[in-house]
Write a protein that binds this ligand. Structure first.
Ligand code: B12
Length: 461
């Protein structure tokens, strides 16, 4: 039995990190005797050509919401070739009926066991879900040898302004996922682990996986992509101690909530190579943090930045504007927070009601859904649904542009004009795309100027 796992999509802004989800599915299938290939359209592979060569019995496609139309296009191609087609991932999990119109089968939630059952039991149609895997050490590390690692380790050079801010220019990078789940329930978030307890890989497994990646791909930096690396401090402490003991010599970053850190864990993490923590700050307005059910305070946001700066870890983070009932005054508080906090790197996005989230339900209940919308617009800046009618979207974009410029001005380090120009020379067609968007929405000018400046000034390693 041969299975092809496909990462669809052509918008390379999404190609920051390797699709570890397909890596996990592949390693689980391989361990159970299935022949597997991963085809990564986002990394530039030609799906039709690879399918012709591999001739799989089954194709499995992953998708987040903005990628869904690409996933459906690829599904159509697979079915035309007579291949049994299954879709999984966040979008198919929350919109299974929609996805089922394009494929033979949909997997809801965690995919390893479901996909193996489909193959072993020759299931050929319907919506399938299986209980979650309790011991995630039983899933082998992602089959990175099947991923386009050469493409992804160069992520920092390809996309210098991504959130991999701590990665020195030109350094090789890779990602790991060492836990599944999140015990919190912020209203803008949906992930496939909903309803399952948070599960962790053992510290020993984490160390051996990272050591293996270093050896196989020569990476100097690692990002832990899980929702919250710092939520289980006991485990993280052991991981840090083992990193130091084993002289792992890797610089790393990860995500955390602002209330999950303290000076002790930060000092140990720094010693073990931690150089960046990405926080979901979300807002400088307590009213908005409460609306988002974030269960954090503005004071905690401020303290997290101070603590990281004291220890020498870059506090990076994301902010949301345009949340339900947000007013211009709330947005101003967020801008003031960014101005006063001396944070160097941050991402700001417009509240986007992804299907499956409480925000989505809120938008439906309050009749805020437009008559038509398309999934690719669900990308944080183009959101087709305005959740805060008190602030026009153009005003939000104007304010985001202003903050981006402020952040760009703060970047320390050397000027990297050459790499920015190289980007334009490599893809001249981008100039036309940008011009078209600007004509449609002049407020984007400020935004782009800010992003361009962020790209031009990159932090000294
Ligand atoms: C790391 C990450 C990224 C990274 C890397 C993504 C990548 N290439 O994997 C980057 C920065 C590139 C990124 C980008 C984006 N991300 Co992101 N990201 C994440 C994060 C934190 C972890 C993803 C991950 O690897 N999870 C671990 C894997 C193992 O889980 P999984 O993908 O759900 O896969 C399991 C099941 O879904 C299922 N499955 C998945 N695919 C398939 C396929 C088949 C055939 C089967 C059977 C099963 C199956 O089995 C898997 C293993 O059990 C998640 C949050 C989260 N906790 O998942 C957000 C998350 C996936 N991202 C999200 C979003 C919105 C985005 C962006 C749209 C943001 C933007 N505007 O730029 C883009 C879209 C990128 C894309 N290619 O689609 C949302 C998706 C919401 C939605 N409805 O679409 C999430 C859920 C965050 C959230 N909670 O809101 N992201």
């Amino acid at each position: 039995m041969k299975a092809a796992l496909i990462n669809p999509g052509r918008d390379q802004k999404y190609a920051v990190q390797e699709p570890l989800n397909l890596g996990f599915l592949a390693s689980y299938l391989l361990a159970n005797g299935v022949e597997v290939q991963i085809i990564d359209e986002l990394a530039g592979q030609d799906v039709a050509r690879e399918l012709e060569l591999f001739k799989p019995d089954i194709a499995g496609i992953t998708a987040t919401t903005p990628i869904a139309p690409d996933a459906y296009r690829v599904a159509g191609m697979c079915r035309e070739m007579g291949i049994l087609t299954v879709m999984g991932g966040v979008h198919a999990s929350v919109m299974p009926d929609e996805a089922l119109q394009h494929v033979d089968m949909v997997v809801k939630g965690e995919g390893e066991v479901a996909l193996l059952d489909i193959i072993r039991d020759d299931i050929r149609s319907g919506i399938i879900s299986r209980p979650y895997i309790k011991d995630i050490d039983s899933i082998p590390p992602p089959a990175r040898h099947l991923l386009q690692m050469d493409f992804y380790v160069r992520s920092k050079s390809r996309i210098p302004h991504s959130y991999l801010y701590f990665v020195p220019a030109g350094a090789k990078t890779a990602s790991v996922l060492t836990s599944r789940g999140c015990p919190y329930s912020c209203i803008y978030c949906h992930n496939t682990w909903r309803g399952t307890p948070t599960r962790y890989n053992s510290p020993e497994r984490v160390i051996s996986e990272i050591a293996g990646i270093k050896k196989d791909y020569g990476v100097e930096t690692i990002f832990f992509i899980e929702d919250n690396l710092f939520v289980n401090k006991k485990r993280l402490r052991t991981i840090c101690e083992l990193m130091i003991e084993n002289n792992l010599d890797v610089l790393w970053g990860g995500n955390s909530r602002v209330d999950n850190i303290d000076p002790e864990i930060l000092n140990l993490a720094k010693k073990a190579g931690c150089r960046q923590i990405t926080f979901g700050f979300e807002s400088g307005s307590q009213r908005v943090l409460d609306i988002l059910k974030k269960r954090t305070t503005v004071a905690q946001n401020k303290r997290a930045i101070e603590l990281c700066n004291e220890v020498g870890i870059i506090p990076q983070g994301t902010f949301i504007v345009g949340s339900p009932d947000e007013t211009l005054e709330d947005v101003r508080l967020t801008m003031k927070f960014i101005e006063e906090s001396n944070i160097e790197s941050a991402g700001i996005c417009i509240a986007t009601p992804y299907p499956g989230t409480q925000l989505w339900d809120w938008a439906q209940e309050n009749n805020l859904m437009p008559e038509t919308y398309s999934w690719p617009d669900f990308d944080y800046l183009n959101t087709p649904i305005n959740l805060s009618p008190a602030i026009p979207k153009q005003e939000l974009l104007r304010l985001i542009g202003k903050v981006n410029i402020l952040l760009a001005m703060r970047q320390k380090g050397r000027v990297n004009v050459l790499s920015a120009l190289k980007g334009i020379v490599k893809e001249p067609s981008k100039v036309f795309t940008i011009a078209a968007s600007l004509i449609k929405n002049p407020y984007l000018i400020k935004n782009l100027a800010g992003r361009f400046l962020v790209q031009v000034f990159s932090r000294r390693p």
